[in-house]
Design a protein around this ligand. Structure first.
Ligand SMILES: C[S@@+](CC[C@H](N)C(=O)[O-])C[C@H]1O[C@@H](n2cnc3c(N)ncnc32)[C@H](O)[C@@H]1O
Length: 389
């Protein structure tokens, strides 16, 4: 608590006075002095006016990122982390606190997924592999796409998925032939009801194997080959295309060879494949999170990625002619003040003071939220551009 209290809004481990003895901070300080990186998010405290940093699966630890509340002396709660990920408050996570933390940190922000989904043409149906809690699926559902079946080997993730997205799920390891067969059978059966709708495979194989952040970043990591299982489901279901999401580490691993291999294997049955890096803070999400989206089509060209609607800070937004990314206070400022490790879910919320809060509370729909942002663009931009001169 002494460490947390000593960090001002927007500060980090560098603000912790030497009088507070902490071996981990001493190690960080020593490596910083050796020029081995600033680790500027470690022991970070959020800024009320800025989007959060990436919500990882360690947001309940102050030393593993910028996870301290901007105004209260504690790390962000699970509900607050879910807000930064743009999950609505009505979305109910299942499982232990640790399991829920993983589900939240691993998810694609639904609001970003929604904007990717809107680009995919006429809404059809989808199969979600490595579905997790269903962040990617939720965005597609908001855009009118119908879930057929989802797979994950984590029971709690699928409990969450069934409670919030759709109850046709297959629990099990996708490397297991019987599990893959069940996914394929369930997808085929469900598809019989809507045979003419476009079909997409969605999925984000786990990031640890590719991630630049983890230690196990190697070609040998078993998980790096999960895209081959993805390919075998693609072959069996013959979809119109796929949307494959992953961490940025995928692009640089083995000097780009792994990414090339993924594109070669997954792109082979497709007419077109494209990869784009999307930053969630450019899509109205109050969080900085960059991810690679690989989108392919069996026929014709893969759709373009969505156009950015926000940027941060305000000057950057004005230069780009887009709205300003909501900051932490706009994201979570209406949630109750709580103590460390409390969750506050039974406590009353303050009146919403931002459109992002209205979106989170289900008072406005995602398209209304984006429309408001887009309508604010020209007003904000004209005013700010005149200030810039
Ligand atoms: C990055 S998360 C997916 C997040 C999800 N797309 C979302 O938006 O919420 C990856 C998921 O893959 C699952 N997974 C990892 N290896 C798997 C395997 N061999 N078979 C099935 N699921 C697996 C993990 O349990 C995890 O939920």
């Amino acid at each position: 608590m002494a460490i947390v209290r000593s960090i001002p809004e927007g500060g980090n481990w560098k603000d912790v006075p030497a009088s507070i003895v902490c071996r981990r901070i001493e190690t960080i300080r020593a490596s910083y002095e050796r020029g081995e990186g600033s680790r500027s998010t470690y022991y970070g405290r959020l800024r009320s006016d800025a989007p959060s940093y990436t919500i990882n699966t360690y947001f309940s630890r102050p030393g593993n990122g910028c996870h301290v509340h901007y105004a209260q002396d504690r790390v962000i709660s699970h509900r607050e982390a879910a807000r930064f990920q743009s999950f609505p408050d009505a979305f109910e996570f299942r499982g232990s606190k640790a399991a829920v933390g993983n589900q939240i940190g691993n998810a694609v922000p639904p609001l970003m997924a929604y904007q990717v989904a809107l680009q995919q043409g006429e809404p059809g149906c989808f199969v979600d592999l490595f579905a997790g809690a269903g962040g990617l699926s939720l965005g597609f559902r908001w855009a009118g796409w119908k879930p057929l079946v989802a797979n994950d080997f984590d029971k709690y993730s699928l409990d969450t998925y069934s409670a919030n997205i759709h109850d046709s799920v297959v629990l099990g390891d996708i490397r297991d032939d019987a599990v893959r067969e069940e996914v394929i059978q369930k997808a085929r059966e469900a598809r019989r009801l809507t045979p003419d709708l476009p079909l997409l495979i969605l999925g984000g194989p786990p990031c640890q194997g590719f991630s630049t952040a983890g230690k196990k970043r190697s070609m040998e990591d078993e998980r790096n080959h999960l895209f081959r299982e993805y390919r075998s489901v693609v072959d069996a279901l013959d979809p119109d295309g796929f949307v494959f999401e992953n961490v940025l580490g995928l692009l640089s691993m083995k000097k780009g060879k792994v990414f090339q291999q993924v594109c070669d294997v997954l792109g082979e049955p497709m007419a077109d494949i494209r990869a784009d890096v999307l930053k969630s803070d450019q899509f109205g999400v109050p969080q900085r999170r960059s991810r690679v989206f690989v989108v392919a089509r069996r026929e014709g060209q893969s759709p373009e990625p969505p156009s950015p609607v926000t940027a941060f800070p305000a000057l950057e937004a004005a230069k780009r002619g887009v709205g300003v990314t909501p900051g932490a206070e706009a994201a979570i400022g209406d949630l109750p003040a709580i103590g460390p490790s409390e969750d506050g879910c039974q406590m009353a919320l303050a009146d919403p003071s931002s459109n992002f809060q209205r979106l989170s509370r289900g008072l406005i729909a995602p398209d209304e939220y984006l429309d408001v942002l887009k309508s604010q663009i020209s007003v904000a931009t004209e005013k700010q551009l005149s200030l810039i001169g």
